[in-house]
Ligand binder design. Structure first.
Ligand code: ZN
Length: 653
């Protein structure tokens, strides 16, 4: 048997990997069927995320598909087209998936003419346009105008974040109008408030400001109808009654758009603990909206990794111990930490905002009041991180950026255990820890809320990794595991991750901001302890940890402050912390990192192809589901373009 091919291909700054579902073939038919139907529902929302990212994305995808099919392969611009098309497909639209900046393409007027000539007049009409001139004008502004739709998520201080963001969450209104709209709704709200604005676009018309709700017979109705169809099929073969109840509630929510039902569903979903197959499907994360109201559509179908889960559940059981020993101020600790569950899962199907760039861990639901009353469910994706690990062992990155042979050895020995453990602590006890002071709203930190929250969970994990308790619980074979994690966190936060951003740019992405925030804060606050120092060796810069105990204390100190900021809703302190440490890049180090990294020829971002699941029917009865891993990136993307293309009509200008 040939070994599983984790790496598929690489282009621009992107690396395409593949993940494997362990033992899929041996699952009983009813589980395979359940997985298959949920997976179909996961793929049916693909158009939604495209349109949410920008109102012209589906139009652009349609155009690029035609040009890609028609343009002569020997045309000088074909390679430009192919690269750009692949990048757009990866990003679910015309903005980079991570930086959210417009993906550049260097196209001449003549080349654009050739591209436009690929369209028949029938196709132009189908796109809702009258003439090829109109098509040319539109493509020109989307592809070549650097002033147009510059950035998907604008977080620049002092700008109108709504008007400067090219996402499709707000139409024809200003930031203050959107904020006023939702603060009014909140004023009228009950104590356990629903997440207003989560599943709608806010638009301003002559009749006033109103929401276009994403639901059946609302916006995205065609995709949602398909999602409901497959969810209903799944409900028929669910593993247990609770799963069925969840799915029914979710469908009702998709039909009505009623956010109260979404909260009800979330609570029931939290209670479902016994099945081995689980899924996420809905409007979940708000990172794509600088105001933090609107959620992007995502889906993930997964199956429990029993072996790893047994290990991780040890952490869950100790949730209260962690809370009681957390270095935050005592009145910011929870008296009782509830319902922290920790599950290690294997991904089966990634959809929407989870595809192809997959998360490594997920902690849901997001509604703060549900988390406080009912707890949260936390998962880490074992086969995804395993695929990363397998692909990266041979990349040379560690050898280039680690200071010493010992640091490299430590990484090879414990890097993978350390990373798993940190993810578990982050997702399970980190996010679930701490409490808000009375009267403080969960959105008090506004645009800085996500960074502060991620920093908080990361710090919680970093602090406890180096606790003797880890040995006592049998979670690590040696305390050096924490050292391996500290090394890689500092190395990544101050250097390696900078390879992902363009020279001269600032850090925009939440997780990158939080990592640099933590690493550069400890570097600056290490003072006489010299816990972390900058070292030059043979013309190269390294950040070296001299004192792991001191570094741990610094992590604890910062955790205390970050928790205080969140607990008190101290917006100004959040802003200062993030702007001082998380946003701006040391220019010299940055260009050095880019220089050193580029020699390794490793793309800084990765995404995953899904396995292909094929249902086998006899007399319209499902008798088996086959799994295969043979598709190339373009094959999978083009298949999705055809099979899950429901919303094209909505993108007409
Ligand atoms: Zn997190």
């Amino acid at each position: 048997m040939t070994p599983f091919a984790y790496q598929v291909e690489q282009f621009a700054d992107l690396r395409i990997l593949r993940y494997e579902i362990p033992n899929f073939e041996t699952l009983p038919l009813n589980k395979k069927a359940y997985i298959y139907y949920l997976s179909q529902a996961a793929l049916c929302g693909r158009d939604i995320i495209w349109d949410q990212h920008n109102e012209h994305n589906l139009f652009l995808r349609g155009c690029l598909g035609i040009i890609y099919k028609e343009l002569d392969r020997i045309n000088s611009s074909f390679q430009k087209l192919e690269l750009y098309y692949k990048r757009v497909l990866f990003s679910n639209g015309l903005h980079h998936h991570y930086s959210t900046e417009k993906i550049p393409i260097d196209l001449t007027a003549k080349e654009l003419d050739e591209w436009v000539s690929c369209f028949s007049s029938q196709e132009i009409n189908k796109l809702g346009l009258k003439s090829s001139d109109e098509l040319k004008t539109k493509l020109s502004s989307l592809l070549m105008d650097v002033e147009y739709a510059t950035k998907r998520v604008c977080q620049d201080e002092g700008k109108d974040l709504v008007q400067h963001s090219a996402n499709n969450f707000y139409k024809d209104l200003a930031q203050h109008e959107a904020e006023a709209f939702y603060s009014k709704l909140k004023d009228e709200d009950e104590p356990h408030g629903i997440s207003h604005g989560l599943n709608s676009r806010l638009i301003k018309t002559d009749a006033g400001i109103r929401e276009e709700v994403w639901k059946l017979n609302g916006k995205y109705s065609k995709a949602i109808e398909k999602i409901i169809y497959w969810l209903n099929k799944a409900a028929e073969v669910a593993e247990n009654k609770q799963q069925k109840k969840c799915i029914n509630l979710l469908c009702e929510y998709y039909i009505t758009g009623d956010l109260k039902l979404f909260d009800e569903y979330s609570i029931e979903w939290l209670q479902e603990q016994t099945g081995s197959i689980d899924f996420i499907n809905g409007f979940i994360e708000v990172y794509g909206d600088p105001l933090g109201f609107k959620a992007t559509w995502e889906s993930l179908v997964n199956i429990t990794d029993e072996e790893e889960t047994a290990k991780a559940s040890i952490i869950s059981e100790q949730a209260q111990w962690f809370e009681d020993h957390s270095p935050v101020m005592p009145h910011h600790r929870k008296d009782k930490v509830k319902g922290v569950t920790m599950k290690v899962i294997n991904a089966i199907m990634l959809g929407g905002d989870c595809y192809p760039a997959s998360p490594l861990g997920i902690n849901l639901p997001n509604a703060e009041w549900i988390r406080e009353v009912h707890g949260s469910k936390s998962v880490s994706l074992q086969n995804i991180s395993h695929a990363y690990e397998m692909a990266s062992l041979s990349s040379g990155v560690i050898e280039e950026f680690a200071y010493s042979i010992d640091e490299i050895k430590l990484h090879k020995l414990y890097g993978s255990i350390a990373d798993n453990l940190h993810t578990h602590l982050h997702e399970c006890v980190g996010h679930g820890s701490g409490k808000l002071e009375e009267g403080v709203g969960s959105d008090a930190l506004k645009a800085y809320g996500s960074v502060i929250e991620e920093a908080r969970a990361d710090l919680f994990g970093l602090y406890f990794m180096a606790d003797e308790k880890m040995i006592e619980l049998g979670l690590v074979p040696h305390m050096d595991v924490a050292k391996a994690q500290y090394n890689s966190y500092i190395r990544n936060g101050l250097m390696v991750q900078l390879a992902r951003i363009a020279e001269g740019a600032n850090i925009e992405q939440t997780h990158m901001r939080n990592r640099q925030l933590i690493a550069s804060w400890v570097l600056e606050n290490t003072r006489e302890s010299n816990a972390v120092v900058k070292v030059e060796k043979e013309g190269k810069t390294y950040f070296v940890i001299n004192d792991y105990k001191q570094l741990r204390l610094l992590f604890g100190q910062l955790l205390k402050e970050v928790q205080r900021i969140k607990s008190q809703g101290d917006y100004l302190a959040a802003k200062k912390l993030v702007e001082t440490y998380g946003v701006h890049v040391n220019k010299e180090i940055h260009s050095e990192v880019i220089r050193r990294y580029s020699k390794l020829n490793v793309a800084p971002y990765s995404g995953f192809l899904n396995p292909e699941l094929t249902a086998i029917y006899t007399n319209q009865e499902l008798i088996d589901v086959k799994v295969s891993y043979d598709e190339s990136f373009m094959e999978q993307m083009q298949r999705y373009n055809v099979e899950y293309n429901f919303e094209m009509g909505n993108s007409r200008p």
